[in-house]
Design a protein around this ligand. Structure first.
Ligand code: ZN
Ligand code: ZN
Ligand code: ZN
Length: 368
Protein backbone atom coordinates (compact mmCIF):
# COMPACT_ATOMS: atom_id res chain seq x y z
CA UNK A 1 0.00 0.00 0.00
CA UNK A 2 1.07 3.57 -0.60
CA UNK A 3 2.04 5.09 2.74
CA UNK A 4 1.46 8.67 1.63
CA UNK A 5 -2.09 7.87 0.59
CA UNK A 6 -2.60 6.50 4.06
CA UNK A 7 -1.65 9.85 5.55
CA UNK A 8 -4.03 11.85 3.40
CA UNK A 9 -7.13 12.91 5.26
CA UNK A 10 -10.18 11.38 3.60
CA UNK A 11 -12.53 14.00 5.05
CA UNK A 12 -15.13 15.14 2.47
CA UNK A 13 -17.48 17.94 3.59
CA UNK A 14 -20.00 16.92 0.93
CA UNK A 15 -20.70 13.60 2.56
CA UNK A 16 -23.40 14.12 5.19
CA UNK A 17 -23.49 12.80 8.70
CA UNK A 18 -25.87 9.96 9.25
CA UNK A 19 -29.43 11.27 9.64
CA UNK A 20 -32.37 9.65 11.45
CA UNK A 21 -33.10 6.05 10.52
CA UNK A 22 -36.87 6.66 10.51
CA UNK A 23 -38.47 9.50 8.55
CA UNK A 24 -38.82 12.57 10.82
CA UNK A 25 -42.32 13.93 11.67
CA UNK A 26 -43.96 15.69 8.73
CA UNK A 27 -41.70 13.95 6.19
CA UNK A 28 -44.68 12.08 4.71
CA UNK A 29 -48.14 13.44 3.94
CA UNK A 30 -51.36 12.15 5.47
CA UNK A 31 -53.31 9.95 3.12
CA UNK A 32 -57.10 9.98 3.22
CA UNK A 33 -58.41 7.13 5.38
CA UNK A 34 -55.00 6.53 6.95
CA UNK A 35 -54.51 9.77 8.90
CA UNK A 36 -52.75 9.80 12.21
CA UNK A 37 -49.36 8.40 11.21
CA UNK A 38 -46.72 10.14 13.21
CA UNK A 39 -43.96 9.37 10.73
CA UNK A 40 -42.56 6.79 13.09
CA UNK A 41 -42.72 3.03 13.24
CA UNK A 42 -45.85 2.96 15.42
CA UNK A 43 -48.85 1.21 14.03
CA UNK A 44 -51.90 3.37 13.58
CA UNK A 45 -55.18 1.70 14.66
CA UNK A 46 -57.91 1.73 12.02
CA UNK A 47 -61.31 1.46 13.62
CA UNK A 48 -63.87 -0.65 11.82
CA UNK A 49 -67.33 0.39 10.73
CA UNK A 50 -70.07 -0.76 13.15
CA UNK A 51 -71.17 -4.39 12.83
CA UNK A 52 -73.95 -4.84 10.27
CA UNK A 53 -75.67 -7.44 12.40
CA UNK A 54 -77.52 -7.51 15.68
CA UNK A 55 -78.13 -10.84 17.38
CA UNK A 56 -81.61 -12.08 18.18
CA UNK A 57 -82.57 -14.76 20.67
CA UNK A 58 -83.03 -18.10 19.00
CA UNK A 59 -85.55 -19.60 21.33
CA UNK A 60 -85.54 -23.02 19.75
CA UNK A 61 -81.83 -23.41 20.08
CA UNK A 62 -81.52 -22.05 23.57
CA UNK A 63 -84.37 -23.96 25.18
CA UNK A 64 -83.25 -27.24 23.65
CA UNK A 65 -80.26 -27.73 25.92
CA UNK A 66 -80.17 -31.51 26.25
CA UNK A 67 -80.47 -33.40 29.49
CA UNK A 68 -76.89 -34.39 30.12
CA UNK A 69 -75.91 -37.35 32.18
CA UNK A 70 -73.07 -36.95 34.62
CA UNK A 71 -70.18 -39.20 33.58
CA UNK A 72 -69.26 -41.91 36.04
CA UNK A 73 -66.07 -43.89 36.35
CA UNK A 74 -65.57 -47.43 37.62
CA UNK A 75 -63.38 -48.46 40.57
CA UNK A 76 -60.82 -49.85 38.13
CA UNK A 77 -60.63 -46.55 36.26
CA UNK A 78 -60.32 -44.60 39.51
CA UNK A 79 -57.52 -46.90 40.68
CA UNK A 80 -55.70 -46.78 37.31
CA UNK A 81 -55.85 -42.98 37.36
CA UNK A 82 -54.38 -42.90 40.86
CA UNK A 83 -51.62 -45.39 39.94
CA UNK A 84 -50.65 -43.27 36.93
CA UNK A 85 -50.56 -40.20 39.14
CA UNK A 86 -48.46 -41.92 41.82
CA UNK A 87 -45.95 -43.14 39.23
CA UNK A 88 -45.36 -39.55 38.11
CA UNK A 89 -44.31 -38.60 41.65
CA UNK A 90 -41.08 -40.33 42.59
CA UNK A 91 -41.59 -39.91 46.36
CA UNK A 92 -44.99 -41.65 46.29
CA UNK A 93 -45.41 -45.39 46.81
CA UNK A 94 -47.86 -47.26 44.59
CA UNK A 95 -48.69 -49.75 47.37
CA UNK A 96 -51.60 -47.77 48.89
CA UNK A 97 -53.08 -47.15 45.42
CA UNK A 98 -53.00 -50.89 44.69
CA UNK A 99 -54.42 -51.97 48.04
CA UNK A 100 -56.86 -49.27 49.11
CA UNK A 101 -60.57 -50.10 49.44
CA UNK A 102 -63.07 -47.78 47.80
CA UNK A 103 -65.99 -46.65 49.92
CA UNK A 104 -67.73 -44.37 47.44
CA UNK A 105 -67.19 -42.84 44.00
CA UNK A 106 -69.23 -39.67 43.94
CA UNK A 107 -69.71 -38.03 40.53
CA UNK A 108 -70.08 -34.24 40.60
CA UNK A 109 -71.75 -32.15 37.91
CA UNK A 110 -69.35 -29.47 36.64
CA UNK A 111 -70.35 -27.23 33.74
CA UNK A 112 -67.83 -25.09 31.96
CA UNK A 113 -68.98 -22.19 29.84
CA UNK A 114 -66.66 -20.90 27.12
CA UNK A 115 -67.05 -17.88 24.86
CA UNK A 116 -64.83 -17.43 21.83
CA UNK A 117 -64.84 -14.19 19.86
CA UNK A 118 -62.91 -14.29 16.62
CA UNK A 119 -61.75 -10.79 15.69
CA UNK A 120 -59.98 -9.04 12.86
CA UNK A 121 -57.95 -5.92 13.66
CA UNK A 122 -56.35 -3.58 11.13
CA UNK A 123 -53.52 -1.14 11.67
CA UNK A 124 -51.33 0.76 9.25
CA UNK A 125 -47.88 2.32 9.21
CA UNK A 126 -45.55 3.91 6.72
CA UNK A 127 -42.83 1.62 5.44
CA UNK A 128 -40.00 2.14 3.02
CA UNK A 129 -37.47 0.16 1.03
CA UNK A 130 -34.50 1.17 -1.17
CA UNK A 131 -35.69 2.38 -4.56
CA UNK A 132 -33.94 0.73 -7.47
CA UNK A 133 -36.34 1.46 -10.29
CA UNK A 134 -39.07 -0.95 -9.23
CA UNK A 135 -42.73 -0.27 -10.07
CA UNK A 136 -44.18 2.67 -8.10
CA UNK A 137 -47.89 2.17 -7.44
CA UNK A 138 -48.75 5.81 -6.73
CA UNK A 139 -51.93 7.92 -6.65
CA UNK A 140 -51.80 8.33 -10.45
CA UNK A 141 -53.23 4.81 -10.62
CA UNK A 142 -56.31 5.77 -8.60
CA UNK A 143 -57.56 6.54 -5.10
CA UNK A 144 -56.24 4.25 -2.40
CA UNK A 145 -59.02 2.04 -0.99
CA UNK A 146 -60.22 2.69 2.60
CA UNK A 147 -58.52 0.33 5.08
CA UNK A 148 -61.55 -1.87 5.71
CA UNK A 149 -62.23 -2.25 1.96
CA UNK A 150 -58.93 -3.94 1.18
CA UNK A 151 -59.74 -7.57 0.39
CA UNK A 152 -58.00 -10.26 2.39
CA UNK A 153 -58.13 -14.04 2.34
CA UNK A 154 -59.65 -15.18 5.60
CA UNK A 155 -57.72 -17.83 7.50
CA UNK A 156 -59.45 -20.86 8.93
CA UNK A 157 -61.92 -19.74 11.60
CA UNK A 158 -60.60 -19.29 15.15
CA UNK A 159 -56.98 -19.51 14.06
CA UNK A 160 -54.64 -16.67 14.96
CA UNK A 161 -52.74 -15.14 12.07
CA UNK A 162 -51.09 -11.91 10.92
CA UNK A 163 -50.97 -10.71 7.32
CA UNK A 164 -49.21 -7.65 5.94
CA UNK A 165 -50.48 -5.99 2.78
CA UNK A 166 -49.11 -3.04 0.81
CA UNK A 167 -51.95 -0.55 0.41
CA UNK A 168 -52.52 0.05 -3.34
CA UNK A 169 -51.74 3.51 -4.81
CA UNK A 170 -49.91 4.85 -1.73
CA UNK A 171 -46.35 4.49 -3.04
CA UNK A 172 -43.99 7.34 -3.91
CA UNK A 173 -40.25 7.93 -4.17
CA UNK A 174 -38.38 10.41 -2.03
CA UNK A 175 -34.70 11.22 -1.37
CA UNK A 176 -33.29 9.10 1.43
CA UNK A 177 -33.73 10.92 4.76
CA UNK A 178 -30.70 9.24 6.32
CA UNK A 179 -28.05 10.26 3.76
CA UNK A 180 -29.96 13.16 2.17
CA UNK A 181 -29.80 11.38 -1.17
CA UNK A 182 -26.03 11.04 -1.12
CA UNK A 183 -26.02 7.26 -0.93
CA UNK A 184 -23.27 7.36 1.70
CA UNK A 185 -22.80 8.75 5.19
CA UNK A 186 -19.74 9.99 7.04
CA UNK A 187 -18.00 7.30 9.07
CA UNK A 188 -18.76 7.93 12.74
CA UNK A 189 -15.79 5.85 13.91
CA UNK A 190 -13.16 8.22 12.41
CA UNK A 191 -15.41 11.30 11.92
CA UNK A 192 -14.84 11.01 8.17
CA UNK A 193 -11.03 11.24 8.29
CA UNK A 194 -10.40 7.67 7.23
CA UNK A 195 -7.77 7.17 9.91
CA UNK A 196 -7.50 7.05 13.66
CA UNK A 197 -4.84 7.70 16.24
CA UNK A 198 -2.73 4.59 16.90
CA UNK A 199 -3.89 3.08 20.17
CA UNK A 200 -0.56 1.31 20.73
CA UNK A 201 1.73 4.38 20.82
CA UNK A 202 -1.08 6.87 21.55
CA UNK A 203 -0.21 8.77 18.38
CA UNK A 204 3.46 9.40 19.24
CA UNK A 205 4.82 7.07 16.57
CA UNK A 206 7.29 5.79 19.16
CA UNK A 207 6.94 3.49 22.10
CA UNK A 208 9.76 2.80 24.66
CA UNK A 209 12.11 4.84 22.47
CA UNK A 210 11.49 2.57 19.50
CA UNK A 211 9.62 3.22 16.32
CA UNK A 212 6.06 1.92 16.81
CA UNK A 213 5.77 -1.28 14.79
CA UNK A 214 2.02 -1.16 14.92
CA UNK A 215 1.63 2.09 12.92
CA UNK A 216 5.13 2.08 11.34
CA UNK A 217 5.94 5.31 13.21
CA UNK A 218 3.12 7.30 11.68
CA UNK A 219 1.09 7.54 14.87
CA UNK A 220 -2.08 6.89 12.87
CA UNK A 221 -3.89 3.83 11.62
CA UNK A 222 -6.33 3.32 8.81
CA UNK A 223 -9.91 3.25 10.14
CA UNK A 224 -11.04 -0.37 10.09
CA UNK A 225 -14.70 0.60 10.14
CA UNK A 226 -14.66 2.36 6.72
CA UNK A 227 -11.39 0.87 5.31
CA UNK A 228 -9.90 4.38 5.26
CA UNK A 229 -12.56 5.84 2.98
CA UNK A 230 -14.06 8.16 5.61
CA UNK A 231 -17.58 7.20 4.57
CA UNK A 232 -19.85 4.20 4.48
CA UNK A 233 -22.61 3.12 2.17
CA UNK A 234 -25.89 4.40 3.62
CA UNK A 235 -27.41 1.69 5.78
CA UNK A 236 -30.99 2.74 4.96
CA UNK A 237 -31.04 3.14 1.15
CA UNK A 238 -28.03 0.81 0.60
CA UNK A 239 -26.54 3.44 -1.71
CA UNK A 240 -29.58 3.78 -3.96
CA UNK A 241 -30.10 7.39 -2.74
CA UNK A 242 -33.89 7.14 -2.98
CA UNK A 243 -36.52 5.36 -0.94
CA UNK A 244 -39.85 3.96 -1.99
CA UNK A 245 -42.44 4.77 0.69
CA UNK A 246 -45.80 3.04 1.01
CA UNK A 247 -48.47 2.31 3.60
CA UNK A 248 -48.36 -1.18 5.01
CA UNK A 249 -51.59 -2.59 6.34
CA UNK A 250 -51.31 -5.16 9.14
CA UNK A 251 -54.32 -7.45 9.52
CA UNK A 252 -54.43 -9.50 12.72
CA UNK A 253 -56.86 -12.34 13.35
CA UNK A 254 -57.23 -13.49 16.92
CA UNK A 255 -59.43 -15.89 18.83
CA UNK A 256 -60.28 -14.34 22.19
CA UNK A 257 -61.31 -17.02 24.67
CA UNK A 258 -62.86 -16.71 28.12
CA UNK A 259 -64.14 -19.46 30.37
CA UNK A 260 -66.27 -19.78 33.45
CA UNK A 261 -66.82 -22.61 35.92
CA UNK A 262 -69.13 -22.12 38.93
CA UNK A 263 -67.03 -22.45 42.06
CA UNK A 264 -68.78 -25.12 44.13
CA UNK A 265 -66.06 -27.53 45.23
CA UNK A 266 -64.14 -25.96 48.12
CA UNK A 267 -61.79 -28.97 48.34
CA UNK A 268 -60.89 -28.90 44.66
CA UNK A 269 -58.78 -26.05 43.19
CA UNK A 270 -60.73 -24.71 40.19
CA UNK A 271 -57.64 -23.71 38.21
CA UNK A 272 -56.91 -27.44 37.77
CA UNK A 273 -59.81 -27.50 35.29
CA UNK A 274 -57.91 -25.25 32.89
CA UNK A 275 -55.62 -28.04 31.76
CA UNK A 276 -58.21 -30.71 31.05
CA UNK A 277 -60.85 -31.17 28.42
CA UNK A 278 -64.52 -31.77 28.92
CA UNK A 279 -67.37 -33.08 26.87
CA UNK A 280 -69.01 -30.26 24.87
CA UNK A 281 -72.75 -30.92 24.66
CA UNK A 282 -73.95 -27.46 23.64
CA UNK A 283 -72.28 -25.45 20.85
CA UNK A 284 -73.80 -22.29 19.45
CA UNK A 285 -72.10 -20.37 16.65
CA UNK A 286 -73.02 -17.14 14.93
CA UNK A 287 -71.56 -13.78 13.88
CA UNK A 288 -72.75 -12.60 17.28
CA UNK A 289 -74.26 -15.10 19.70
CA UNK A 290 -77.18 -14.36 21.99
CA UNK A 291 -76.89 -15.06 25.74
CA UNK A 292 -77.99 -18.54 26.80
CA UNK A 293 -81.46 -18.77 28.28
CA UNK A 294 -83.29 -21.55 30.07
CA UNK A 295 -80.28 -23.66 30.97
CA UNK A 296 -80.91 -25.46 34.30
CA UNK A 297 -77.84 -23.88 35.91
CA UNK A 298 -78.65 -20.17 36.27
CA UNK A 299 -75.01 -19.26 36.99
CA UNK A 300 -74.11 -20.44 33.45
CA UNK A 301 -76.86 -18.22 31.95
CA UNK A 302 -75.61 -15.24 33.96
CA UNK A 303 -71.99 -15.89 32.93
CA UNK A 304 -73.04 -16.10 29.27
CA UNK A 305 -74.86 -12.75 29.47
CA UNK A 306 -72.01 -11.04 31.28
CA UNK A 307 -69.22 -12.39 29.07
CA UNK A 308 -71.03 -11.64 25.79
CA UNK A 309 -71.58 -8.02 26.88
CA UNK A 310 -68.01 -7.76 28.01
CA UNK A 311 -66.65 -9.10 24.69
CA UNK A 312 -68.89 -6.72 22.72
CA UNK A 313 -67.60 -3.75 24.72
CA UNK A 314 -64.01 -4.87 24.49
CA UNK A 315 -63.83 -5.77 20.80
CA UNK A 316 -66.55 -4.16 18.70
CA UNK A 317 -65.08 -0.63 18.66
CA UNK A 318 -61.49 -1.59 17.82
CA UNK A 319 -61.94 -4.79 15.83
CA UNK A 320 -64.38 -6.43 13.52
CA UNK A 321 -66.03 -9.43 15.14
CA UNK A 322 -66.09 -12.16 12.51
CA UNK A 323 -67.60 -15.00 14.49
CA UNK A 324 -68.56 -16.04 17.99
CA UNK A 325 -68.94 -19.47 19.51
CA UNK A 326 -70.30 -20.35 22.94
CA UNK A 327 -69.90 -23.80 24.36
CA UNK A 328 -71.10 -25.59 27.46
CA UNK A 329 -69.03 -28.57 28.44
CA UNK A 330 -69.50 -31.17 31.08
CA UNK A 331 -66.16 -31.61 32.81
CA UNK A 332 -65.88 -34.99 34.54
CA UNK A 333 -65.17 -34.76 38.26
CA UNK A 334 -65.39 -37.66 40.69
CA UNK A 335 -64.70 -37.54 44.39
CA UNK A 336 -63.24 -40.93 45.31
CA UNK A 337 -63.53 -41.92 49.00
CA UNK A 338 -61.44 -44.85 50.20
CA UNK A 339 -59.92 -46.44 53.27
CA UNK A 340 -56.36 -47.65 53.67
CA UNK A 341 -54.87 -49.21 56.85
CA UNK A 342 -57.92 -48.16 58.82
CA UNK A 343 -57.82 -44.52 57.75
CA UNK A 344 -60.43 -42.79 55.56
CA UNK A 345 -59.18 -40.47 52.83
CA UNK A 346 -60.21 -39.21 49.40
CA UNK A 347 -58.96 -37.88 46.08
CA UNK A 348 -60.42 -36.38 42.90
CA UNK A 349 -60.40 -37.73 39.34
CA UNK A 350 -61.06 -34.95 36.82
CA UNK A 351 -61.21 -34.19 33.10
CA UNK A 352 -61.73 -36.63 30.22
CA UNK A 353 -58.02 -37.38 30.70
CA UNK A 354 -58.74 -38.84 34.19
CA UNK A 355 -56.22 -36.67 35.98
CA UNK A 356 -55.87 -36.95 39.74
CA UNK A 357 -55.77 -34.35 42.48
CA UNK A 358 -55.12 -35.34 46.07
CA UNK A 359 -54.24 -33.14 49.01
CA UNK A 360 -53.13 -36.13 51.13
CA UNK A 361 -51.75 -39.46 50.03
CA UNK A 362 -50.76 -42.17 52.54
CA UNK A 363 -47.16 -42.69 51.46
CA UNK A 364 -46.06 -39.20 50.52
CA UNK A 365 -42.37 -38.71 51.30
CA UNK A 366 -41.76 -42.44 51.81
CA UNK A 367 -39.05 -43.58 49.44
CA UNK A 368 -39.32 -47.20 48.40
ZN1 ZN B 1 1.70 3.47 16.77
ZN1 ZN C 1 -13.85 5.46 9.36
ZN1 ZN D 1 -29.51 6.74 2.13
Amino acid sequence: MDERDEDLDAFDPNIPEEGPSAPPPGWLDDIHGYQGHKGGQDDNPLYPPPPPYSPQPELNKNTLVPNVRVPTISEDEARDALLKFVQSKWTYSSKPARNLTFKELKPITVYRYRLETYTETRTSAWQFEPYNGQMVDGPQFGMCPPPWDIPVTLPQRYTSMVEKIRVPHTSFVKLCHTCNGCGKTRCTNCSGRGRKRCTFCHGHGRSRNKRCTYCHGRGRKRCISCQGQGYKTCSVCHGSQNLLHFILLTVTWKNNVDQFIPDRQPDFPDKKFQRVTGDPFFIDENVLVYPIQGFPDQEICDASMKMINEHLNRFSSTSRILQQRQTIELVPLTHAYYSYKGKDRSYFVYGTENKVFTSKYPSACTIL
